[in-house]
Design a binder for this molecule. Sequence first.
Ligand SMILES: Nc1ncnc2c1ncn2[C@@H]1O[C@H](COP(=O)(O)OP(=O)(O)O)[C@@H](O)[C@H]1O
Ligand SMILES: [Mg+2]
Length: 346
Amino acid sequence: MSSASERTFAQHAGPLLRVEDLRVHIPTSRGVVEAVDGVSFSINKGEIVGIVGESGCGKSMLALSIVRLVPSPGRIIAGHVAMAGRDLLSLSEREMRRVRGNDVGMIFQDPSASLNPVMRVGDQVSETVEAHHAVTATQAKQRSLDMLRAVRIPGPELRYRDYPHQYSGGMRQRAMIAVGSVNHPRLLIADEPTTALDVTVQAQIMDLLLAMNRATGTAIMLITHNIALVSHFCSRVLVMYAGRIVESGPTLEVFETPKHPYTDALLKAVPRIEEKSEGGLLPIEGRPPDLARKPRGCAFHPRCPQRKDICLVEEPPPFKIGPGRKARCWLAQETSPFEEDARLSS
Ligand SMILES: Nc1ncnc2c1ncn2[C@@H]1O[C@H](COP(=O)(O)OP(=O)(O)O)[C@@H](O)[C@H]1O
Ligand SMILES: [Mg+2]
């Protein structure tokens, strides 16, 4: 079965995914929640990019908006999303369904959100194959069994017929990965795929994602609370705060010399490995703002130990501070070696 021939997208020279000035608003009784507020980034073919930030910073809304699954009443109010050069926001819903599960796979923290509780696990994988490829039921089942084996479901022939509740938490997560990746998507969006799992299973899941990345060149957008995972697996990292990317760049550089005080605070909040904390990040002083009522100026200023007068009134643009590195912080302006074009990047 040639999946390449059934791709929605032709080969393309630019980045695999390009997101430009994306904005997602959710109307509420408190006002409009600006969940994603002018986000721009790209992901190259085969690249693993991490997205970090505290809860409520807009990571999941960003992930959902890329595949146009923002739950109502939220909606994308502006911006562009292009996959291999093709504008996803202008596709019909039918075309978009072809993109999901075929070109872009999705896995979430909670498998129950994407696994159907009343359908056998194996059938769910087969159905995903059949939805996107002209195959016989037998071929789809074979492909499904291969996939269950690939994600290391023990005894796949027997487990094929099980329902999700008959699986352990780790197995359900793997089953979701099987559904999300059976068609070898070019991009896998993984939203906190290991947060609910114990450390051993976390490692197995990450190994699986990495093996898939190596075997099929699938790019991965990895949203996680876990800074260590990003250090190990991601070549680049995007740090999100209050609906925006406040810092981005090669993971090693960003983590070694963070240019945004929020990144610095996040890194300092990481529990030491020997403490074996599984609660995600230790809290940073204060909380992220209500995205319906963002502070004026830099959204981080109320919590920032390094704030200056300008931070209270004017939002910093993304200053370019090195090859592939940007930070939305007035302090970064001073360290920017690219003074003249610092304000040009978006
Ligand atoms: N259904 C909803 N109604 C109103 N606000 C929402 C809804 N879902 C999410 N939000 C708000 O959108 C913002 C972004 O949420 P989310 O993308 O889930 O953040 P993250 O994934 O980083 O934890 C948060 O401030 C959250 O309160
Ligand atoms: Mg989330």
